[in-house]
Each structure stands twice: as C-alpha cells, then as structure tokens.
Design a binder for this molecule. Structure first.
Ligand SMILES: [Zn+2]
Ligand SMILES: [Zn+2]
Length: 332
C-alpha cells in the first residue's frame, strides 16, 4: 500500500517534471513566441504578497526558498503548501441524481464558451443538446441518473481513455476519496519576464493558485470526456475532483476569495505560477479589458503587469505565461 502510494508520487513527480519541459504539447492552448510587451511595462513590478493567502488553506506558514526555475535560472520563490480544502466556499454538488432534480442538486458545465447549470432536465436533454442520440445518462422508468459512486468508478471514468463501463455516466469524484492531499507551489517572489511567452502545460502543470490554496488548472479535456458520453461537471465555484490533483478549478465564477480594487478595476483572485497577479474577467462596470496581450495580460502602474482570466465558460484562465513559472507538485 505504502509502496503503491510512493510509486504514484514518483510517477506524478515525473509527470510534473515533464510538464515543465517545453516539449510536452498535451493540452497546450497557444504558443505565441513573440515578445509582446515593451520594457516600459516593467516600470512597476509587484511582488507576490504571501499575506493574501487564507491561513486555513495552508498546512504550514509560507516560506521563502531559493529555487531553480524551468529556464535554468535560480530565484527566490514562495513555497506555499496547500491542504487542498477551500475554506471560503463549499465543494460540490456536481451530478444530480434524478432527471427531476433542480439546479441546487448539480453543478455547471460549459459548451462553446457558455456556462450551463447541470440540473436533472439538462441531463435529460443531453441527446438534443449534443445532437446525438447515443447520449442517455438516465433510466427512463425511474429517472435515476448514472453517477459514479465509488473512488474506483470515478477514477475509471475520469481517466483519459474512459473505461467503456462508464459510457453514459455523470462522473464525480468526491473530495473524501482523496484525503490528506497536499499541494506544493513554488512561485517566484518577484515575477521575471521571460524572453518568450511560455505555454500553459497539461499533465500536472497548473496555471496558478487561488487565495484559498486551490489550483487553477489547464483546460479540462472536454473532447475526451464528451467522446465517451460522460459529463464531468464542475461545482458552482468552477471546481471538481480527480485522482491526480484532488479538487481544482476550471473556471473562475467568483466564489473563491477575491480582493476588491479601489479603482473599479476587476478584483484579484490569486496568482499565476509566474508570480503575476490573476484578476477577474470583468471590472466593476462589467467590462472586459480591451488591451490584453496574447497571454491575457496588460500593465498598469498600480498592479504592474497582471492577467485577466477568460470568462467562466471558456475552459481556460490565461493563454500563456509572460514570466518564468515556478513549479507545482501534489502528494497523495
Ligand atoms: Zn479537471
Ligand atoms: Zn487590469
């Protein structure tokens, strides 16, 4: 048992290491290679503020350590160890259990840039929604929805090549299946602009960290999920659970802790792995910035360079890193 856990950890660390290499193209979104901002955009560089993180989400105090980054440079990083339990909102629900269930019994799903509530009627309507009669996640007589209800079932249904047994299932892994997860983030104290933007990686790489210690993940592999006639909903906070990284976000829906700005600018929701700030999609007037670069960032003299995440239905947060990212690992 311990050996198995150890083996998993090693495998995961290998996956994470690969995620730092530029040769991994799995779920890479964009790979712009031209420097997109001028030197004046670094007149003000804002350091990561470790006091912004919620203490309840940390297993120990944040420390400063010297760390080698993916580009070979060695810089001071904050070492942040998260207990993977959001202290500022509940987790779930994900899958409704009956086609008559209301929106309070299920989470959300996105398609073509839009968010949908996953309630009973949504599940019932999937064949129409996806224009494919193979979709049928429920029993016509009882209305009961097929939901993975054990750790083994959720892992078999959530793996990239979905077990055929779980075709036409609503997939949910419960946080209780993966107790004691720790997530270790190394984030540069002071972001350092990379010569070229760096792609967002899949397979263990993460986009950033919310103030509650939960990771903003690369895009969910929706084609693999839908290809198996499964649905893996997110809860109303945009998160769900898998065996590789526990609870994680695929959308910023405004439920995790955010820091309001004094100038009507969009609120701050966390940090990207390169140390630049992550802010909501819309400002207080409900407007999206129009001058974002290809990474989804821009500069102002209050916040320095920072990102605005994509809207919650887009299955991504930012498109690439402007700075050199730190690293991330999980222990189960
Ligand atoms: Zn996911
Ligand atoms: Zn901004």
């Amino acid at each position: 048992m311990i050996l198995n856990k150890f083996r998993f950890l090693i495998l995961f660390m290998i996956a994470t290491t690969f995620a730092c290499s530029k040769s991994d193209t799995n779920t890479t979104i964009t790979t712009p290679t031209t420097p997109s901002t001028s030197i004046t955009d670094d007149a003000v560089v804002i350091e990561v503020d470790p006091t912004k993180f919620l203490a309840a989400g940390l297993t120990e105090s944040i420390t400063k350590v010297s760390q080698r980054l993916a580009d070979g440079s060695t810089v001071m990083c904050y070492k942040i160890i998260s207990n993977n339990t959001p202290s500022d909102h509940t987790q779930g629900p994900w899958c409704p259990t009956n086609i008559n269930d209301g929106i309070d019994k299920g989470g959300i799903w996105f398609e073509a840039g839009k968010l949908y509530d996953v309630d009973g009627p949504f599940i019932k309507n999937l064949a129409t929604f996806y224009s494919n009669t193979t979709w049928k996640l429920y029993n016509s007589t009882t209305g009961v929805i097929n939901v993975t209800d054990t750790k083994a079932a959720c892992e078999a249904a959530a793996r990239p090549n979905v077990d055929p047994l779980y075709k036409n299932y609503c997939v949910q892994c419960l946080p209780s299946y993966f107790p004691g997860i720790k997530k270790i983030y190394y984030i540069p104290v002071k972001p350092v602009k990379s010569n070229n933007t760096i792609p967002i990686m899949g397979m263990g790489g993460v986009v950033g960290i919310a103030f509650n210690g939960i990771n903003f993940d690369p895009p969910a592999p929706t084609q693999a999920i839908l290809g198996a006639y499964t649905l893996a909903p997110f809860d109303d906070a945009g998160g769900h659970v898998n065996g590789a990284t526990g609870y994680h976000y695929h959308a910023a829906t405004g439920k995790s802790t955010k820091i309001k700005q004094t100038d009507a600018h969009a609120a701050m929701i966390g940090y990207a792995m390169d140390g630049y700030g992550l802010f909501e999609n819309l400002d207080e007037a409900g407007k999206e910035s129009t001058d974002l670069d290809a990474s989804r960032g821009h500069y102002d003299s209050i916040r320095g360079y920072h990102y605005h995440v994509a809207n919650a239905g887009s299955n991504s947060f930012i498109n690439s890193f402007r700075g050199v990212p730190g690293s991330f690992s999980v222990t189960l």
